[in-house]
Design a protein around this ligand. Structure first.
Ligand code: PRP
Length: 207
């Protein structure tokens, strides 16, 4: 039976394609993609889609994709109607809390505002700390928000730390590590057990 795999485009894409290549999947179309979004494996009965991280979960949950490759950061923000089966160890980064060095917001008395692309992760983190904060959802360039005074601190992902450094921000706390995961549609896991297990086994063998 053929399987469909939703791959996250952007940061994770190159590393994921490299991994598929190493596992001897037919990645020629993926490597020469132009503006195309759907690709056939040139060796196996597999179809790949390139989508945004959050959409990869949606395609898997709706069974349009049997498998998805997506960052743990995005998984932590979404509901979890899928099986998470494998940590690929790619796209490694961390969830951090950051602000300017002089802004000791943890000890601030009064209203604290947190800017983030990840309101669920940020909300859960401050709830565990017993801090009542206002979460402000931001879509990108999050480091700008405390600089311009939109918020006291940010919850964001840090990979190299360059963006924080170049914008004069420091890490106040690390929330957790993040990496790319393989997720599987619950029904596909039963109906295409053989194909999915074989995919996982081949990828595991080269990790
Ligand atoms: C992410 C994240 C940080 C940056 C961290 O943003 O939100 O801004 O990468 O990477 P670094 O530690 O290696 O500097 P992304 O590039 O995905 O774009 P965005 O600003 O549009 O969210």
């Amino acid at each position: 039976m053929s399987i469909s795999i939703a791959l996250t485009k952007g940061r994770l894409e190159t590393e994921t394609v490299k991994l598929l290549d190493k596992a001897n999947y037919g990645t020629d179309e993926l490597k020469d993609k132009g503006r195309k979004l759907v690709f056939n494996d040139t060796k196996e009965d597999i179809r790949y889609f390139l989508v945004k991280a959050a959409d990869s979960i949606t395609y898997v949950e709706h069974g349009v994709a049997d498998i998805g490759v997506v960052g743990k950061d995005t998984l932590l923000e979404a509901d979890d109607d899928y099986y998470e089966v494998l940590d690929l160890g790619l796209g490694k980064c961390k969830f951090i809390v950051a602000s300017s060095p002089e802004n000791d917001f943890f000890n601030k008395i009064g209203h604290i505002k947190i800017g983030t692309k990840y309101p669920t992760v940020a909300g859960e983190y401050f709830k565990k700390k017993g801090m009542d904060v206002e979460i402000i959802k931001i879509e990108g360039s999050v480091e700008l928000a405390p600089i311009l005074g939109l918020c006291d601190a940010i919850v964001d992902i840090m990979e190299t730390g360059t963006t924080l450094k170049e914008n004069g921000l420091i890490v106040y706390d690390t929330i957790c590590d993040i990496s790319a995961r393989v997720i599987v549609n619950k029904a596909s896991f039963k109906l295409k057990k053989k194909e999915i297990e074989s995919f996982i086994k081949r990828i595991k063998a080269i990790l």
